[in-house]
Design a protein around this ligand. Structure first.
Ligand code: C2O
Ligand code: CU
Length: 464
């Protein structure tokens, strides 16, 4: 497997991101699954990083000592353990986005676990039931902590997956930096009330357009996670045949060519790309949304052609998500709307000081010690359908913790019955999301445009 970037300086960091954790994970899985695995240490740190030309950026946050947070590898059905050690001067936690963990491991402060203060630690341990691409991030003072770098990709491997010739893992995100390369204000209230505040510097694996080598004529599994706090992407691949094989960690019922495929913060894309036969040919992954299209990353063919065929690729195994009983399902109406009130800015966990958004007319200003009542109390084992309606003129990637839902139907488009944890709802769209309430606990449901989340578009479901 060849995964190399052309930026020599950063090669070490990137190679570590792509493979380093894989090695420690191997060690963990080498023995028989009896004792608890050695925990993977994820220590938060404030570092300097080269994110654009010129001076390095100070006060970049990461897990580890240098470079972007490692790609964490787990295996479906095998126990995983990690110790969060807090090395920064701000309380934090880790949320394992999209992984159906027990409630106590979900990383939401006050709802399910205490803050992890500076020099303190917290041990996470769980067995991921699903294979696919996921990610991890704090769930406390998130605009600041995620905005400054604390977002990493998770790959949950399934040994039964079809064989690819290479794998590329891409962490997509922006940074709000000034001309001097230093952080500027993380958000502007007038933007928070609309699409959210965009970054000024766009990166893939903390680089501008990294290039990866891949075998000519080979099949590449490209995994991309949108870990940005604001940006919605529209994906296209140029220079090669490509098919979407999974979204948000779950195989798609029918593979398709990504043609300006829109995905929002929190979502993950998995592509099968058939590399060109000619050595040196370059394939690009692009974001074609808006007026400034951008090449995110490129792949370069190396060596003699392997002459693979996309059609030879067998299906990915479906994840063991319970089948809902649509006829017997209870309904949960959920309306996303705008609101406008000032809230005290001294809330804990990083209140932004505004409410612009609401779920069922209740604005929840971020994570609070005294959360409002749950949106609904669900019965363990019962099927539910969320009737979600977007009354705002903006798109919202709505994320549910702890359980995966199935997209049943939409008022504005033909949908595949995707299994997911994040749905990007468009303006004026109504969508039906069905699931079985099979994971007990309190589960957040919020917009993953972090400024929306932190200014009201948050709630939670209680499963008992
Ligand atoms: Cu990706 Cu509540 O989070
Ligand atoms: Cu939103």
């Amino acid at each position: 497997m060849t995964v190399l970037t052309r930026r020599k300086l950063l090669q070490g960091a990137t190679a570590a991101g792509a493979a380093g954790i894989g090695l420690s994970a191997m060690g963990r899985f080498a023995g028989r699954a009896v004792a608890k695995p050695e925990p993977l240490v994820l220590k938060t740190a404030s570092i300097e990083a080269q994110l654009m030309d010129g001076a390095p950026t100070r006060n970049v946050l990461t897990y580890g000592e240098a470079g972007m947070p490692p790609v964490v590898r787990m295996r479906k059905g095998e126990l995983f353990a990690a110790r969060l050690v807090n090395g920064i001067d701000d309380p934090t936690t880790i949320h394992w986005h999209g992984i159906r963990v027990p409630n106590k491991m979900d990383g939401v402060p006050f709802l399910v676990q205490p803050y992890v203060y500076q020099r303190d630690h917290f041990d996470y341990a769980f067995t991921p039931p699903d294979a696919g691409t996921f990610w991890y991030h704090p769930h406390c003072n998130t605009l600041e902590q995620m905005g400054h770098g604390l977002t990493g990709v998770i790959v949950v491997e399934n040994p039964n997956d079809p064989k690819f010739d290479a794998e590329v893992v891409i962490n997509l995100r922006d940074w709000r930096l000034g001309d001097d390369g230093q952080f500027i204000e993380q958000f502007r209230p007038r933007d928070a009330a609309k699409t959210g505040t965009y970054g000024t510097v766009r990166t893939a694996n903390w680089l501008d357009q990294p290039q990866f080598d891949a075998p000519a004529g080979g099949l590449v599994r490209l995994r991309a996670a949108i870990t940005d706090v604001t940006r919605i992407y529209a994906f296209r691949v140029e220079g090669a045949e490509a098919a979407v094989i999974a979204l948000d960690g779950n195989p798609v019922p029918q593979r398709f060519v990504p043609d300006a495929l829109q995905l929002g913060p929190g979502q993950r894309l998995e592509l099968a790309i058939r590399m060109p036969d000619e050595e040196g040919a370059v394939v690009s992954l692009r974001d074609v949304r808006g007026t400034k299209p951008k090449i995110l990353a490129t792949l370069r063919s190396v060596g003699g052609s392997l002459e693979r065929d996309l059609r030879d690729l067998g299906p990915l195994e479906a994840n063991p998500v319970a089948e809902l009983d649509v006829a017997g399902a209870r309904r949960i109406p959920l309306a996303l709307s705008a609101t406008a009130e000032n809230v005290p800015s001294d809330g804990i966990c990083g209140s932004l000081g505004y409410s612009f958004w609401a779920i069922n007319k209740v604005p929840w200003p971020g994570d609070t010690r005294d959360p409002t009542a749950p949106l609904a109390e669900l019965k363990l084992g019962q099927s539910y359908v969320i009737d979600m309606e977007n009354l705002t003129p903006h798109s919202h990637p709505i994320h549910l913790h702890g359980m995966s839902f199935k997209v049943l139907s939409s008022s504005t488009r033909q949908v595949q019955t995707l299994v997911s944890d994040t749905y990007l709802i468009q303006p004026n769209e109504k969508v039906q999301l069905g699931f079985v309430a099979d994971n007990p606990g309190d589960w957040l449901l919020h917009c993953h445009i972090i400024e929306h989340q932190k200014t009201g578009m948050t709630s939670y479901l209680r499963v008992v």
